[in-house]
Structures are given as C-alpha cells and as structure tokens.
Design a protein around this ligand. Structure first.
Ligand SMILES: Nc1ncnc2c1ncn2[C@@H]1O[C@H](COP(=O)(O)OP(=O)(O)OP(=O)(O)O)[C@@H](O)[C@H]1O
Ligand SMILES: [Mg+2]
Length: 250
C-alpha cells in the first residue's frame, strides 16, 4: 500500500480548475521531485494535499496510509504525518521559533514531551542546519532573511519527523552554502529517518546529495511525464519546451 496515493485529482481555486486529474503514488522512504513551469500548479498540489481550504478538490481522491483524507482538515492531515514547507513562510509575531515547534509537536502527537528532551533534540537539529541557537528565541520568521525562513522550515521538518514531507521551493533564494546546509537537513530526514519526500523545485542544486527515485513534470495542471533522476538533468539542459509542445498537440 502506497503512503500517499493521489488518484485522478482535480483542484480548483475560486471558479477556475488548476489541476486536471493528477495521479501520483509515493511509497515510504521514496523521494519524488516535481518540476514544471511557473504557474503549472505545483504549489496548488502541495496546498490541496495539505488541505488548505482555498483549494477545492473537484474530482478524484487522496489516500494517505490507505485512508481517504480528501475531506479531512489540514490539522488532521498534519496529525496523520503530512508536512508542507511553504514557498513563502509566514511571519508569526509573538510566538518564538522554539515554542511554535514545541506546540506543533504536542498538537500532532497529542502527548506532552519533556522539556529537557525537546531542548536536546532542538539543539541537535539546529546544529545540523548550522542555525545559531539564538534564533530559537526569536519570533517565528519575524525579520528572518529569506534563507533563514527556509532553514526554519527544515528545522520544523526535523523536529516533527512527519511520514511525508512536501517541500515547496525550499531551495529558492538560498546562497550556495545555505543550499548545502538545507540539503544536509533534508538528507538527514531522508536517509536517517527513512522519510518520504515530494520536492518541488526549479533547481538541481538541492538534489545533488539526495537520492531521487522519480521525477514528475507538471504542465498546465497535468503530469505529462514521469521518469527517474535523469529527467531533472534533462529539464535543466533543455527546459520544458518538449513537454509544453507535447501538451498543445492533444
Ligand atoms: N489562491 C489563488 N487565487 C487565484 N489563483 C490562484 C491561487 N492559487 C493559485 N492560483 C493560480 O493557479 C495557477 C497555479 O499556481 P501555482 O502557485 O500552483 O503554480 P506553481 O506551479 O507553484 O508556480 P511557481 O513555479 O511559480 O511557484 C496560477 O495561474 C495561479 O495564479
Ligand atoms: Mg509554486
């Protein structure tokens, strides 16, 4: 049984349909890459999978661990073990990075965690990401640089340890060193914890240290091709023209 089974999913925002019948299966421990031109619907897929109420499922279904989650709240999906890192992480004044993460863990597991244990785990995860410990007491993302916000997303990933992580352009706007740091965090989640990943990206840099099992190309709300890691290289060299041309013919 697949961990995530997306079947013929159509999603609309307001009155227009953005995704037209997307089918995708992700098994435990697999890494999938989703590429596609701007506006293809990649973030829309991420939001719809996570249960953002602005993105309405108009057809098909989403199964997580064998159960349909199509009508579940975002909160229930997170509790079931799904995680989405945002393309543009929100600033949350008044809540520190550390309390935000602790609250999320408590909410999702439904259990209290020992403060000493939490502190130890947080320290370790921040070290993996070369994140200065002073950031844990700063308000979540407030005044964080673009790169620091992305690191804060990966810190949440490592602390929450979901079954499936959807990373929406976690690598965009990162300098060369930060890309390596963030990759290291993702690699830790992928290899040491056997996590499943759906990585939405426009670049190959983040993928250099990760094993990619499948690459999907999304064009105008449809997956037009699925291949292995070599598809990422092909797209980087030749762009999306071949895929866009192919869709216009039918
Ligand atoms: N909340 C919304 N309201 C109106 N239109 C939306 C909304 N969300 C998405 N769309 C539209 O849906 C289409 C797909 O957007 P989406 O953000 O999913 O693209 P994307 O593939 O993630 O692009 P990018 O590579 O630029 O991040 C776009 O035309 C966008 O304008
Ligand atoms: Mg996007």
């Amino acid at each position: 049984m697949a961990l995530l089974d997306v079947r013929n999913l159509s999603v609309g925002v307001e009155d227009s349909e953005i995704l037209h019948g997307v089918t995708l299966e992700i098994n435990k421990g697999e890494t999938h890459v989703l590429m596609g031109p701007n506006g293809a619907g990649k973030s829309t897929l991420g939001y719809a999978l996570m249960g953002n109420p602005n993105y309405k499922v108009t057809g098909g279904d989403i199964f997580f661990n064998g159960l349909s989650i199509k009508d579940e709240s975002a909160d229930k999906r997170a509790k079931a073990g799904m995680f989405l890192s945002f393309q543009n992480p929100l600033e949350v004044p008044g809540i520190s990075l550390s309390s935000f993460i602790r609250n999320s863990i408590v909410q999702q597991s439904g259990e209290k965690i020992k403060y000493s244990e939490f502190k130890k785990n947080l320290k370790e995860a921040m070290e993996v990401l070369s994140f200065d410990s002073s950031y844990k007491d700063r308000d979540l993302n407030v005044g964080f640089s673009g790169g620091e916000k992305k690191k804060a997303e990966i810190l949440q990933l490592l602390m929450l340890n979901p079954k499936l992580a959807i990373l929406d352009e976690t690598d965009s706007g990162l300098d060369v060193d930060a890309v390596r740091t963030v990759s290291r965090g993702i690699e830790e989640y992928q290899k040491k914890r056997d996590g499943a990943l759906l990585i939405i990206t426009h670049s190959t840099r983040i993928l250099e240290s990760l094993n990619v099992d499948y690459t999907h190309v999304l064009v105008k709300g449809k997956i037009v091709e699925t291949g292995d890691a070599s598809l990422v290289t092909e797209i980087n060299e030749h762009g999306f023209e071949r895929f866009i041309g192919g869709q216009e013919k039918d």
